[in-house]
Design a protein around this ligand. Structure first.
Ligand SMILES: [Ca+2]
Ligand SMILES: [Ca+2]
Ligand SMILES: [Ca+2]
Ligand SMILES: [Ca+2]
Length: 477
């Protein structure tokens, strides 16, 4: 028998009570008190060590969690963009770029000395300064939205009443990404957009005011002919009468109002072909190309409620379906493609074939002369970090700026009235940028670049800002 076996056997005897335990093995009161004191000292020491360790681990965990979320998101983005419907089939694709000032979190809000959200001590010299709106940081955020049609295999994720999910599927869907509008804590909640101020002292933006509270959403709205939809008319967003759904945001009074906005249903009773015809018939197509908030200047943002109370019903469950990436403080969408004709030897944008326009494909994805890098278009942004933001510096700018000041038809709304030679001046203000390709705009982006910042609450005090992730996707068609 080995020593180990003896050891095990001795324990077995003690705990099965086969013999009387020697009194000398017990503790006196004094011994117990001394032990307790020693344990207390040890516990205090351990608490110190664990506290220091957990501060270090906290930063690491925040990074790990952000990386995990970003990796999961990357796979979903890649599949969605690769499934984008061809321009000949897809009536619409759009990118809306918006910017929003917001405090990172409550502590950031309290630490601001002058009460002006736009100014902060960005350079660490002890004074608050204001930067160009084209420079994005923990105060100045991008809250872009992107919408397009796709062909893949999509399962329904919403239901009706007590049927939490109705079994149904489609090969056609409208896909939307953007920061969500979120419910506040009221029993009958008010919905607030990212960075919105409180409506009043009693009606507050509890869950969507600070950037670290924001949630990036993703929805797929299945598209089917009404006669083929399971579960009856209640699940459908009817189409016709020139009222273009699903992209028209507010439906007519006879239909379920805000059904899509509220995300009660992820099924539109219209096929891609039917919807395309509707867009072609529309008198003012632009208003139906982007998912819009009628009655305000705001872009449409799907409503979600991450904090539902029981009992759950189909609508409460549906309002959690859009939740995609929590703590997402920046969502930047940019595009590349073959929109301009460039001189093959100099790279200059010019009418090489003398047909009167530079807005045409020359067989080459537009590139930056000199470096030969892919030219990315969108809301102005300094991508090489040198403090200059311009077309000639190779930064992100509208196509207009690269094309000598004239915008192509798909640039529907521009952030400045004219192209600027440098957007980094602190006086520069940017309004919305919209690129929207309609049913007759067949030359569409070849690539989409997504830049995400994930700033999880546990990173506070450990990381200066969130983690940034950048992805480039080929568009499937
Ligand atoms: Ca300030
Ligand atoms: Ca080109
Ligand atoms: Ca030409
Ligand atoms: Ca630059």
């Amino acid at each position: 028998m080995t020593r180990q076996h003896n050891f095990v056997n001795r324990f077995a005897i003690r705990y099965t009570g086969r013999g009387p335990v020697d009194r000398r093995e017990g503790f006196t009161l004094t011994e117990l008190l001394v032990t307790c004191a020693l344990v207390t000292v040890l516990m205090l020491a351990c608490a110190q060590i664990f506290s220091i360790a957990s501060k270090t681990i906290g930063g690491g965990q925040a990074i790990n969690a952000a990386v995990r979320d970003a990796q999961a998101a990357q796979a979903v983005f890649a599949r969605d963009f690769s499934a984008a419907a061809p321009a000949t089939v897809s009536p619409v694709m759009y990118i809306v770029s918006d910017r929003q000032y917001a405090f990172r979190n409550s502590n950031d809000s309290l630490s601001d000395t002058d009460g002006n959200i736009a100014s902060a001590d960005f350079d660490g010299d002890g004074n608050e300064e204001t930067l160009s709106q084209a420079i994005y940081n923990f105060r100045n955020h991008r809250i872009d939205t992107v919408g397009f049609f796709a062909i893949d295999k999509y399962a329904r994720q919403t239901g009706n009443g007590n049927a939490l999910i109705i079994a149904d599927a489609s090969r056609e869907a409208w896909i939307w990404y953007g920061h969500l509008t979120l419910a506040n804590n009221d029993t009958s909640p008010t919905y607030y957009g990212p960075g919105d101020n409180h409506v009043s002292a009693t009606n507050r933006n509890d869950n969507n005011r600070f950037a670290t509270q924001w949630i990036l959403g993703r929805v797929t709205v299945l598209m089917k002919d009404p006669s083929t939809i399971n579960g009856g008319s209640a699940v459908a967003i009817p189409y016709g009468n020139g009222d273009l759904r699903p992209l028209a945001f507010r439906t007519t009074s006879s239909q379920p109002n805000d059904a899509l906005l509220n995300f009660e249903y992820d099924m539109a009773a219209v096929t891609l072909a039917q919807f395309k015809q509707d867009v072609l018939n529309a008198s003012s197509p632009l208003s139906h190309m982007i998912f819009e908030d009628a009655g305000s200047t705001r872009v449409g943002r799907i409503r979600a409620n991450p904090f539902q109370v029981r009992p759950l019903d189909a609508q409460k469950v549906a309002q959690q379906v859009p939740i995609f990436v929590p703590a997402c403080t920046q969502f930047i969408v940019e595009f590349a493609g073959d929109f301009l004709e460039q001189n093959p030897s100099t790279g200059a944008v010019e009418d090489v074939n003398s047909n009167g326009t530079v807005f045409e494909s020359d067989g080459q994805i537009d590139y930056v002369p000199g470096t030969g890098q892919v030219r990315w278009y969108g809301m102005p942004r300094d991508t090489n970090g040198n403090g200059i933001i311009s077309a000639s510096d190779g930064d992100v700018v509208p196509v207009r700026d690269v094309a000598g000041g004239t915008a192509p038809v798909f640039e529907r709304v521009l952030p400045t009235t004219s192209a600027l030679s440098n957007y980094s001046n602190s006086g520069v203000t940017l309004s919305r940028y919209i690129a929207a390709w309609g049913p007759t705009d067949l030359n569409r982006p070849k690539m989409i670049r997504i830049t995400l910042v994930i700033d999880r609450p546990e990173a506070e005090g450990r990381l200066l800002e969130g983690q940034s992730f950048e992805y480039v996707f080929n568009v499937g068609y």
